[in-house]
Write a protein that binds this ligand. Structure first.
Ligand code: ADP
Length: 560
């Protein structure tokens, strides 16, 4: 140290100077050190990152299989593409930490290298029962608890014994639950929560009788003749060898009473067989709702529906199975719908229908707005034998339908009632008549659509062309709401001609069938012309101001 001392400097000063320098150097070195450590760490992280990227690029592909068993601490039973294999576990994996039903990754050395969550998709099956022997079914060498077994029904109707994935709580499962299964692995991997078939096929007690249906007299007569007589006198029919119709197809525009009729059939069969009306059962199946995303699910539901019907029928209660929007299920083959519908569903429903014995308390009623799209196979004798058109009401029919909704015992406008000399029936009849006259008027204020045919010819469609029972019911409901609001605001309330006509005007503007009409649906309204339609324009009904209505042509506004 002494060699480096500058000459002539007092020793103490020199030492303290040196100390200061050494300290400064130490500070700078430690700062440098810190920087180096930071740089080193950053480099290490980057290397790790690059390593991961490199791994990702060079990682050999793995095959995903399903873990079906754990026979030993380092072994796994795996279902791989339908094959059952017993494979070794990677040392990083502990059998005790795995559970049957998990997805596993298998590398090209056929070693299980990774475990993933159990799949929640697969074929939908229905749980019949969890087998009681589950707990006792201990496998001596098993490292994990043995998987419980269960009986399930598959989409094709077969009963299978399967294992339940380890993460499923067997005690929480109930018969009838929908489960997702890998049937090649004989394994159920998930419980599927959904609107259950039970909900879908709840048998309602219909509350509609023939008296609730307005118009449609001849159609109702035909239906009653063909159904009620054989139902009331089955033995007589049998002795004559006369087949009672098993099914009936009601077709025609929406909202004209098809569902009402089907419900009235159920009520009336209950009466004609001597059972009380409350014993009737009505299974309402909406075509589109039945089509489900699970393979096998639709088939299962169809079976459940017919099972339910047979159960009700066996209790000596007449049951109507009502297929609404039939065309969704029974589309004409080759119409380009999903092949599942064509190849699985139609034949299955036909089999079920064919399996229903006529006169055996079950009647199948189909309804459709698009009978042209229905598979003709469904219309053969022994299936939907009777085919009845339920059309839009004419003015007379409309008055009858209004009679069901605008009854004379409802609150009526005091002034109109007085004008009718206090005769409630007369006052109500006058209101209905006024509403019908207005609805069926072919005046510009009731023009709703303009149709342009391929030939260039034009035709104006009026509200009258779209009248349905549902529209009439909606008009009365709207007038009732207005009357209630008026009463709440301190007015006299009561149904009145004015309120009805206002409701008709609103219907002309807001009716869904009209506002959404395209060439295809309109062609069914004016189908009698048989001419192709080029375009349909929505007309804004002109306000009911008499001066304009008489002169101005309807403003035609093209729909986008
Ligand atoms: P769809 O033909 O589409 O099955 P619905 O029978 O469901 O039509 O009718 C819908 C509603 O319209 C009914 O609930 C009822 O209020 C009314 N309605 C339709 N047709 C009639 C009718 N003929 N008589 C009385 N109300 C009717």
């Amino acid at each position: 140290m002494s060699e480096s001392q500058p000459l002539g400097m007092p020793a103490r000063d020199f030492t303290s100077h040196q100390l200061r320098e050494a300290r400064a150097e130490a500070v700078s070195l430690s700062a440098k050190n810190e920087r180096l450590v930071t740089a080193l760490n950053a480099a290490r992280e980057r290397i790790a990152e690059l390593g991961t990227q490199l791994d990702a690029v060079t990682r050999p592909p793995v095959t995903l299989g399903l873990l079906t068993g754990l026979p030993g601490p380092a072994e796994a039973e795996v279902s791989l593409g339908g094959r059952h294999l017993r494979l070794g576990l990677h040392p990083d994996l502990q059998a005790a930490e795995l559970s049957v039903g998990q997805r596993v990754a298998v590398n090209d050395q056929m070693l299980v290298v990774d475990a993933l969550p159990a799949p929640d998709t697969g074929e939908a099956v229905t749980l019949d029962e969890v087998l009681a022997d589950a707990a006792a079914d201990a496998n001596a060498e098993a490292t994990a608890a043995p998987a419980a077994r269960a009986l399930v029904t598959t989409g094709s109707g077969a009963t299978r014994v399967v294992r339940l994935a380890g993460h499923l709580d067997a005690a929480a499962l109930r018969p009838g639950d929908t489960l997702a299964a890998d049937l090649r692995a004989d394994l159920v991997t998930a419980r599927i929560a959904r609107t259950s078939v039970q909900q879908l096929v709840v048998a309602e007690t219909p509350d509609v009788s023939w008296d609730d249906i307005g118009g449609l007299g001849p159609q109702i007569q035909q239906i009653r003749d063909s159904l009620e007589l054989p139902f009331a006198h089955p033995d007589l029919y049998r002795s004559y060898g006369l087949q009672a119709p098993k099914g009936m197809l009601l077709y025609g525009p929406p909202g004209c009473g098809k569902t009402l009729i089907a419900k009235a059939v159920a009520t009336s069969l209950a009466r004609s067989t001597g059972a009380g009306a409350r014993d009737a059962a009505f299974l309402n199946i909406k075509g589109p709702e039945l089509l489900s995303k699970f393979v096998g699910e639709t088939e299962r539901q169809i079976r459940a529906i017919f099972d339910q019907a047979r159960k009700v029928a066996a209790e000596d209660r007449p049951v109507v199975i009502f297929f609404d929007e039939m065309e969704a299920l029974f589309r004409t083959r080759g119409s380009g719908v999903s092949s599942d519908v064509e190849t699985m569903i139609v034949p299955q429903v036909l089999t079920e229908i064919d399996g229903v014995e006529s006169l055996n308390n079950v009647v199948i009623i189909g309804a459709s707005n698009r009978e042209d799209m229905i598979d003709p196979a469904i219309l053969r004798p022994g299936r939907f034998d009777v085919k009845i058109r339920i059309d839009r009401p004419d003015a007379e029919g409309a008055a009858e339908v209004l009679g069901k909704h605008l009854r004379s015992d409802l609150p009526l406008d005091p002034t109109e009632l007085a004008a009718a000399g206090g005769d409630r029936e007369a006052a109500a009849t006058a209101m209905r008549r006024a509403a019908v006259a207005d609805l069926y008027a072919r005046t510009p204020d009731k023009a709703v659509l303009e149709v342009i045919y391929a030939s260039g010819e034009r035709e104006t469609l009026h509200l009258a062309d779209f009248v349905s029972g549902a529209m009439l019911a909606a008009i009365v409901a709207r007038a009732k709401t207005a009357a209630i609001k008026d009463e709440l605001a301190g007015g006299d309330g009561g149904l009145s001609t004015r309120r009805l006509l206002e409701a008709v005007a609103v219907e002309a503007r807001q009716n869904e069938e009209i506002t959404a009409a395209g060439p295809e649906s309109v062609s069914r309204v004016v189908g009698h012309r048989g001419e192709p339609i080029r375009a349909v324009h929505r007309l804004q009904p002109t306000p009911t101001a008499p001066a304009r209505a008489a002169t101005a042509p309807a403003a035609d506004k093209e729909q986008a």
